[in-house]
Design a protein around this ligand. Structure first.
Ligand SMILES: Cc1ncc(COP(=O)(O)O)c(C=O)c1O
Length: 385
């Protein structure tokens, strides 16, 4: 048996949509990208959607459009995929690492406040593993100080914050459509914002700083001489990706519902292992369970890496928990940082297989290996399933 950590839920419909885009002859950013932007923004209740080639590109553009640059500091969690911190470096600013809350794994006002200086221009608020961060609480800290909040919602499509989709109330939120996320376009990202001017700047920056898009030029009956207003990038999404994204967007509610069912089953059965902690909904929102993390007790009979080896020996592909950017060679020359929660989580947590068509038998196999390794009562869990 081989159980991957994630398998995207892609099928005939996505294949047909991609084929139709190819057959249309318009394969780069065009009408399907525009349609996907409108549909994604509408599904969230956000004013504008700007599709890009990845969430990393989205975060880079968000930093540029917020005019963050050399001399500025941006507070980020170290406990995140390294793209969060890298986006700050791309614009010549300095990422300042703050610790996270031990339950949500997200930044909170309490963890961010000690990291603020008079150079702090923004906070990148990550919704780690799809658990919504408390944006309103962070606003209370940041708004009076004129500090921008960029929500890194890479993992959070389909998650909810205070009764609305994540991104609905953000000034700027960046999503990822990498296949480790619920909704995938292969590679891809989307920025949502209520601010029309900000969206115009983002669109320009993603397409070489041009004042008119290739699609607009193509549609015009008059010759259009474009101007390049600033240094931009090629961060376009293709129409082939957007065609797949439109189909996936329709499946998002089902994707979330299935993950929540499977996650509830993990929560129920793994709770019988003494001392184990797991991802859970915060009191103000609902996660999409983009990744199901589990934290081992400090006195666990096996360490995290040994547990990963035991799982791999049974054909189960789990992952170490979320990385900590501050301990990677690209960042170790900075600091020192005091991030005790981050260090404990990154050392002792792992991410379990969770995907739409994970069968209950496959899930049982994962649970059995964990229970067998972590407790003598493994059989008890099996009996009470
Ligand atoms: C929190 C976070 N931010 C940013 C990214 C980067 O996303 P992408 O792969 O779409 O560039 C990821 C990807 O895993 C992520 O988890």
């Amino acid at each position: 048996m081989s159980i991957p950590v994630m398998r995207p839920w892609l099928g005939e419909e996505e294949a047909a949509a991609a084929a139709a885009a190819v057959a249309s002859g318009w394969v780069t950013q065009g009408p399907r990208v525009a349609e996907f932007e409108r549909a994604f923004a509408a599904s969230i209740g956000a004013g504008h959607g700007v599709a890009v080639s990845s969430c990393t590109a989205a975060l880079h553009l968000a930093m540029l459009a917020a005019d963050i640059g050399p001399g500025d500091e941006v507070v980020v969690p170290s406990l995140s995929f390294i793209a969060t911190a890298n986006a700050v470096r791309y614009v010549g600013a300095r990422p300042v690492f703050a610790d996270v809350d031990a339950s949500s794994l997200n930044l909170t006002p309490e963890t961010v406040e000690p990291a603020l200086t008079d150079r702090t221009r923004a906070v990148i608020l990550v919704d780690q593993c799809g658990v919504p961060a408390d944006l309103d609480a962070m606003r209370k800290l940041c708004d009076p100080r004129g500090i921008a909040i960029v929500e890194d919602a890479a993992c959070a499509a389909g998650a909810r914050y205070r009764g609305r989709p994540v991104g609905a109330s953000a000034d700027v939120a960046a999503f990822s459509f990498h296949p480790r996320k619920l909704l995938t376009t292969g590679e891809g990202g989307m920025i949502v914002t209520p601010d029309g001017e900000f969206a115009i700047r983002l669109r320009r920056l993603r397409e070489h700083g041009m004042d008119v898009s290739a699609a607009q030029r193509h549609a015009s009956r008059q010759p259009v001489i474009e101007r390049y207003l600033e240094t931009g990038y090629n961060y376009r999404m293709t129409d082939i990706q957007a065609a797949v994204g439109l189909v996936q967007l329709g499946k998002l509610p089902a994707l979330v519902a299935r993950r929540r069912e499977l996650a509830a089953r993990y929560q129920r059965l793994l709770a019988k292992i003494p001392g184990v902690r797991m991802i859970t909904d915060p009191e103000y929102g609902r996660t999409n369970f983009q990744s199901f993390w589990m934290l081992l007790p400090q006195d666990a009979p096996v360490g995290r890496n040994e547990l990963l080896r035991l799982l791999a020996a049974e054909g189960i592909s789990a992952r170490r928990g979320i990385m900590a950017a501050h301990s990677e060679p690209a960042y170790t020359h900075e600091g020192p940082w005091s991030l005790p929660v981050t260090e404990r989580i990154t050392a002792d947590s792992l991410i379990l297989p969770l995907f739409h068509d994970l069968s209950l038998a496959e899930q049982d196999t994962v649970i059995d290996v964990l229970a067998g390794a972590l407790t003598a009562a493994g059989r008890h869990i099996e009996a009470s399933r």
